[in-house]
Ligand binder design. Structure first.
Ligand code: F6R
Length: 241
């Protein structure tokens, strides 16, 4: 595990974008695992900048997102489909058919989860996985519990996650209670994992994930067993280390 501490969130984003960019330059048909939420937005901004500068070509890149809310229309402004279009896909030359997110509106969500894992496997696996981290140390929507789930699945979001997601929705009752998420298998099988965390509110989760014991109660702590993981942190997120 490597832990890099930067002065500010902008540097975290630059470092993450440099690592993703070098992957895409070395392997133009790279498979990227992508996250939503606030943490990766500045990184996507940097990647768009590199694309506009003519440095990066996304025409052969393939992407799989970590998760999508259940039963939220994909054109809803809070859906992760909508988020990815707005924050990245609409601004680079990635073909729409190369971008995948779980379908949270599939009639049978268990089949959708199985299909999603199969599609990731068929792609050859994820080269670089971007992750944020929840206040409760969730990654994707693998929430703390007695055990972690290996495969993609429907996750019941915890009250802390529902509260954190509340800021994007008009009313608390509108915040989805479930999401389809990749399991720990997809994350642990990624050839490289970049976990981005900024801000003091992530310091406890970061500390427990890096310095604590590996436990399903701290889902990100499983990354201690990953052979190629980089934590990219700003000073605030790293303050308890
Ligand atoms: C998003 C995801 C979540 C977020 C996490 C942190 O696709 O899977 O695990 O990465 O909730 O969210 P932010 O970055 O908004 O603090």
């Amino acid at each position: 595990m490597q832990v890099h501490v930067f002065d500010n969130p902008a540097q975290v984003a630059q470092a993450a974008a440099l690592l993703v960019a070098s992957q895409v330059l070395r392997k133009p048909d790279s498979v990227l695992g992508l996250a939503t939420g606030s943490s990766p937005i500045p990184t996507y901004g940097e990647l768009i900048r590199l694309y506009r500068a003519g440095v990066l070509d996304f025409s052969r890149v393939r992407t799989f997102n970590l998760d999508e809310y259940c039963r939220l229309p994909s054109d809803h402004p809070c859906s992760y489909h909508f988020f990815m279009a707005r924050e990245l896909f609409d601004h680079v030359n990635i073909p729409a058919e190369n971008t995948r997110l779980p379908d949270g509106n599939a009639e049978n969500l268990l089949w959708e989860a199985a299909r999603y894992d199969a599609a990731i496997a068929a792609s050859g696996g994820i080269d670089v996985q971007l992750l944020g981290i929840g206040h409760n140390a969730h990654v994707g929507f693998n929430e703390p519990g007695d055990q972690l789930v290996y495969g993609a699945h429907v996750s019941d979001l915890t009250p802390s996650t529902i509260q954190a997601n509340r800021r994007f929705f008009d009313r608390e009752e509108d915040v989805p209670r479930q999401a389809v998420t990749v399991g720990i298998g997809a994350i642990m099988n990624a050839r490289c994992v970049l976990l981005l965390a900024t801000g003091q509110d992530k310091a406890q989760a970061v500390y427990e994930s890096i310095r604590g014991e590996m436990s399903p109660r701290v889902p990100a702590s499983m990354l201690q067993a990953h052979a190629n993981v980089l934590f990219l942190l700003d000073r605030e997120a790293a303050e308890l280390l």
